[in-house]
Design a protein around this ligand. Structure first.
Ligand SMILES: [Zn+2]
Length: 401
């Protein structure tokens, strides 16, 4: 079925080059936007949005409709832009954030070096860099290290990343057993810069990346769902399952940074929370995907599970406040978590009440209806969580265990 009804005229594409092939084809094949009452039952979702529906378009036209105006256009783009925002944040986190953390660590380096046994450091570095000759003094070690690192940098077989990884697995382990017999009075900044990353174990970033991955999956799945669901009952069914799974992934991965960075110094508590939320997340995704759970009698259970999953985040946050009540970072991160809760809560309220379109049906068909507001609030909530994650990283880097 190409189109139904046809009461409202298409409002057309707002993209496309001048006289391009795509544009000519777009003009030839006119798939009309239809009104709510003309929709097949599986596409009837919000009776306050009256017009500009796509119904059972071919896949190609459905995909191309990302560039045309209908009542799902802004639903697609709000989460697609959110996806690209989180992709940028992931790239930023991967490339810039460790450097910020390292710079912070450097402030403590003179203290670390003051306590260190330099004779031991020298021998350990030499042991790590087997190619270096036995060195008579520290000044020469410094010079040798600098030239050695530069020359290693230029060797194509050993990337700088690999080199840093090599040192960081070798040196901190050995330094862990170094005694504090001799005291160094003056430390050169050059040396600090060279060996700082080797002395200070970086804070693991995987919980932060798990959250960023969950957020990107949720936003992309939602965007695809809004774009493609109108194609057929079958695709609508698949895309909705994917959308549910995305929400479950976002909720469960959102727990990882606060739980991990709050309790990383207490592995038992940390693992209990992480294990719990992982099991709950996997169960939620299974619930979202298995057809048996899609029957109407399971709907309250599904809704209850989402709600329970979200609200269970209160437990580790309260736990964090009790354990770290005297640390300002604990309050600061909780502030972000409360703001995130308010944004998500507001989003859920708008979603459930279908405000504002219920007040003026038909006035918000293209722009301003509840689902678009809900999408914007979800992106804002996830962004707040990202900011909280950065704060956790800085806190852990500063405090350590
Ligand atoms: Zn949506």
């Amino acid at each position: 079925m190409a189109s139904e009804g046809g009461e409202s005229s298409p409002i057309g594409a707002f993209s496309g080059g001048k006289g391009g092939k795509g544009r000519r084809m777009w003009k030839k094949v006119k798939y009309q936007l239809v009104e709510y009452h003309a929709l097949p039952s599986y596409l009837k979702d919000n009776e306050y949005i009256l017009r500009y529906y796509r119904a059972e378009w071919p896949v190609k036209q459905t995909l191309l409709s990302i560039f045309s105006l209908h009542n799902e256009t802004l639903n697609v783009w709000t989460h697609l832009i959110g996806f690209f925002l989180f992709l940028s944040l992931t790239i930023y986190t991967a490339t810039k954030v460790p450097r910020v953390v390292d710079m912070h660590s450097l402030q403590h380096l003179p203290d670390v070096l003051k306590k260190a046994d330099l004779q031991k450091i020298q021998s350990e570095i030499v042991a790590c860099l087997r190619s270096l000759p036995q060195l008579p003094n520290f000044q020469r070690l410094k010079a040798e290290l600098r030239s050695s690192l530069t020359s290693m940098d230029m060797r194509p077989s050993l990337s700088r990343w690999k080199q840093v990884q090599l040192f960081s697995t070798c040196l901190p382990h050995r330094f862990g057993q170094a005694d504090n017999a001799s005291i160094m009075s003056a430390t050169s900044d050059d040396v600090s810069n060279m060996i700082a990353p080797l002395l200070v174990q970086p804070i693991p970033l995987w919980p932060f990346f798990a959250f960023l991955g969950g957020a990107m999956f949720c936003l992309l799945a939602s965007s695809a769902c809004h774009l493609l669901s109108c194609h057929s009952r079958r695709l609508s069914y698949i895309m909705l399952r994917l959308d549910y799974a995305g929400i479950a992934a976002l909720i469960s991965t959102s727990f990882y940074p606060p739980v991990y960075y709050s309790f990383m110094c207490d592995p038992f508590i940390c693992n209990v929370y992480l294990g719990f939320i992982t099991i709950l997340g996997v169960a939620m995704i299974a619930v979202s995907l298995l057809p048996v759970f899609q029957s109407p009698e399971f709907r309250p259970i599904r809704a209850g599970l989402y709600f329970g999953m979200g609200i269970s985040g209160v437990v580790p946050v309260l736990h964090k406040l009790v354990v770290f009540w005297n640390q300002p970072e604990a309050l600061h991160t909780t502030g972000y978590e409360v703001l995130m809760g308010v944004l998500y809560g507001l989003g859920a309220l708008v979603y459930a009440t279908r405000i504002p379109e219920r007040w003026m049906p038909g006035k918000f068909d293209i722009a301003g209806h509840s689902h678009q507001l809900f999408h914007v609030l979800v992106v804002a909530g996830a962004y707040t969580h990202y900011q909280a994650g950065l704060l956790y990283l800085k806190w852990r880097d500063h405090e350590r265990c």
